[in-house]
Design a protein around this ligand. Structure first.
Ligand SMILES: NC(=O)c1ccc[n+]([C@@H]2O[C@H](COP(=O)([O-])OP(=O)(O)OC[C@H]3O[C@@H](n4cnc5c(N)ncnc54)[C@H](OP(=O)(O)O)[C@@H]3O)[C@@H](O)[C@H]2O)c1
Length: 341
């Protein structure tokens, strides 16, 4: 995980000697009304960081978890884990970046703001074939999808994979990558409109998981063989059906809580089918500069080659961060939600 201090350093009381900037600040946890559009101290460069004037900030479910307190963090805090923008200043110990570069970066709760301090180990120069909005829109969900299908469970040709929320931001990228690696994909979603989107990105079969029994339908679709792996970012409401849909020695990758946190489980439930269960976080797969650059290079290459289609389904102004959260939490996303700074 990234150091918390980088975001909190500029939440000191304002004084006339500080430059200020607009940002979204959270002083107490709760519903979207706790998102304050306000003046905070503009971050100051230090020798090991890069000061970025943000163009876009990505909105992710994890931001809602920090807002509600599901993931505790010291308050007050800013929000936002990814952004793209123009390098304004480069710390004296930093190499490989110059003033004026367009970069995309991951950071710890600080990108819903006009400026952010980025760490070089999580920052990438955006290649010319990728626009700054797409770079921002693709980074966190794209790296998540890429590491899920290569590290959590290495998807291979002729696998059958179940992807929950297949029309969502991360889900639709997981689907595209599973197809790229030669798998058959069963996607779940809640509506016909979303089913069309899930099919358009590669799902071979759709299950409406709000009205159909997922495990029964998976058994029907696979002639009783079930699936090799499940990618489940929905959490609480899908966990049991994910288990029931796996074949012997299958893998359940539980990577999110869109419907709520999965309750504690009894380890012996795995022995029934010799299952593998993972609960990965992206940041564990990109903890070094080498890893971050490796996966980001692959990601931008796949976007430039049009293997991955990044769809921005909602663009909100910074001051509309609350509307962006509501949009995501109301299951309206069919791609990426971003803030224009
Ligand atoms: N582990 C990691 O490192 C990591 C990184 C990135 C994201 N994630 C996780 O991935 C998941 C998806 O994130 P995302 O940003 O890509 O969001 P998203 O998929 O665009 O939106 C979430 C989708 O989940 C489905 N859903 C099912 N039950 C829901 C409920 N009760 N409330 C809201 N949505 C519900 C909805 O799709 P339908 O309408 O089709 O049901 C909704 O559109 C989240 O759980 C997130 O935390 C994890």
């Amino acid at each position: 995980m990234f150091a918390v201090k980088s975001a909190r350093n500029f939440l000191r009381p304002l004084s006339k000697s500080y430059s200020t900037m607009k940002a979204i600040q959270v002083s107490k946890t709760g519903d979207v009304s706790v998102l304050e559009y306000t003046d905070v101290k503009k971050p100051e460069i230090n020798p090991d960081t890069i000061l970025v004037k943000n163009l876009y900030s990505g909105v992710n479910f994890i931001d809602t978890y920090f807002r509600t307190g599901l993931y505790p963090t010291p308050l007050p805090t800013l929000l936002g884990r990814e952004g793209s923008g123009i390098v304004e200043q480069v710390g004296q110990n930093v190499s490989g970046f110059s003033v004026g570069d367009t970069v995309a970066y991951l950071a710890n709760n600080c990108t819903y703001a006009e400026y952010s301090l980025a760490e070089p180990k999580s920052t990438y120069k955006v290649p010319s074939g990728v626009s700054p909005d797409i770079a921002c829109a693709s980074l966190l969900q794209g790296l998540t999808a890429l590491t899920l299908v290569t590290r959590s469970y290495a998807v291979k040709k002729d696998d059958t994979i179940l992807v929950h929320a297949a029309a969502g931001g991360t889900g639709r990228l997981v689907v595209q990558l599973c197809k790229y690696y030669g798998a058959k994909v069963i996607g779940t979603t809640s509506s016909e409109e979303k089913a069309e989107i899930a099919k358009s990105v590669g799902c071979d079969h759709i299950i409406y998981y709000t009205k159909e029994d997922v495990a029964t339908r998976v058994a029907e679709i696979t002639n009783g063989k079930n699936v090799d792996a499940v990618f489940d970012g929905v959490g609480k409401s899908t966990f049991q059906s994910s288990f029931d849909s796996l074949k012997l020695c299958g893998t359940l990758v539980s990577f999110g809580n869109a419907s709520g946190k999965v309750p504690p489980i009894e380890i012996n439930i795995l022995s029934k089918k010799n299952l593998v269960l993972l609960r990965p976080m992206l940041f564990g797969y990109i903890s070094t500069k080498q890893e971050f650059d490796h996966y980001t290079g692959i990601l931008f290459d796949l976007i430039a080659k049009k293997v991955l289609d990044i769809s921005i389904c909602g663009t909100f102004d910074l001051k509309q961060a609350g509307e962006a959260h509501t949009f995501l939490e109301a299951r309206k996303s069919t791609g990426k939600v971003i803030l224009k700074i």
